[in-house]
Write a protein that binds this ligand. Structure first.
Ligand SMILES: Nc1ncnc2c1ncn2[C@@H]1O[C@H](COP(=O)(O)OP(=O)(O)OP(=O)(O)O)[C@@H](O)[C@H]1O
Ligand SMILES: [Mg+2]
Length: 261
């Protein structure tokens, strides 16, 4: 059984079919890429998986369970988390507090525990603090732990957003253009971080990007969208040489890949 499965997924906005009959799977423990030119429907797929948008038709199964009719908080509670194309952070909080706040959403102690500082509360707080340090270490954020999120350069804000998403201990993380705005060095570093997320957090990754090079380097399986439709799906080598994919990316002009938004 696949961890995530979409079946004939369709989303219409008025007369526009943003996602058109898309069927694909994400295997547990994989890094799967979702690529396609601007407006192909990639972010809409994320919004459907996370329940932000209701599907027009089709199904989404997570661990075999239908989730396309569930509310976003229920889907989040099942273990799916995401980052956004436009970074979302608590801008005035420190790096550490951004991560701790996210981690607290999964805490199991009650308000009474926290007021009385019961052993359960103290133990969980310690555990959350340890997890936070581990995440900052992984994401190379320890040096800026006390800095305000808004003061960080763009590449670090992106990494902080991923750390926040991981703080809820997801089974699956959806990354929407995590390398957007990063320079080539930062992008390389991010690619190795994404591999570590899968290995060290036991977390399946579905990652969106326009750029084949980034996706090709880390993904075992790639789903290509174009104008809302699935154009191809398969391992990097097969997708890279697929004539329809080359056509969608190079177009009639043959002048290189789609530019970033
Ligand atoms: N809430 C909405 N209302 C109306 N149209 C929408 C909405 N969200 C997305 N669309 C449209 O659906 C299509 C797919 O958009 P989407 O954001 O999913 O593309 P994308 O592949 O993520 O593109 P990009 O690479 O530019 O981020 C676009 O034509 C977009 O304008
Ligand atoms: Mg998008």
């Amino acid at each position: 059984m696949s961890l995530l499965e979409t079946k004939n997924l369709t989303k219409q906005f008025g007369g526009l079919t943003a996602v058109d009959n898309v069927t694909f799977t994400v295997e547990e423990g994989s890094i799967t890429g979702l690529i396609g030119p601007n407006g192909a429907g990639k972010t809409t797929v994320f919004n459907l998986i996370t329940g932000i948008y209701k599907v027009t038709s089709g199904q989404i199964l997570f661990e075999g369970v239908p989730i396309h009719d569930r509310e976003p908080h229920v889907i989040a509670g099942m273990g799916i988390t995401r980052t956004f194309q436009n970074i979302r952070l608590f801008r005035r909080l420190s790096v550490r507090d951004n991560i701790l706040t996210a981690g607290h959403s999964g805490a199991r102690y009650s308000v009474v525990d926290s007021i009385l500082r019961t052993p359960r509360y103290v133990q969980e707080e310690r555990q959350l603090a340890r997890e936070c340090e581990r995440l900052m270490d992984l994401m190379d954020l320890t040096e800026v732990a006390s800095s305000r999120a808004s003061s960080l350069p763009y590449g670090l804000q992106r990494r902080l957003e991923i750390a926040r998403a991981l703080a809820v201990k997801p089974k699956m993380i959806l990354l929407d253009e995590p390398a957007a705005g990063m320079n080539p060095d930062e992008t390389m570093q991010l690619m190795s971080l994404i591999s570590r997320i899968r290995d060290e957090f036991d977390c399946t990754v579905l990652v969106i990007d326009h750029r084949m090079d980034l996706i090709m380097g880390i993904c075992e399986n790639i789903v290509v969208l174009n104008f809302g439709r699935k154009l191809a799906e398969g391992p990097p080598e097969a997708v890279q040489t697929n004539p329809a994919v080359i056509e969608a990316y190079l177009g009639a002009s043959g002048e290189g890949v789609a530019v970033h938004a």
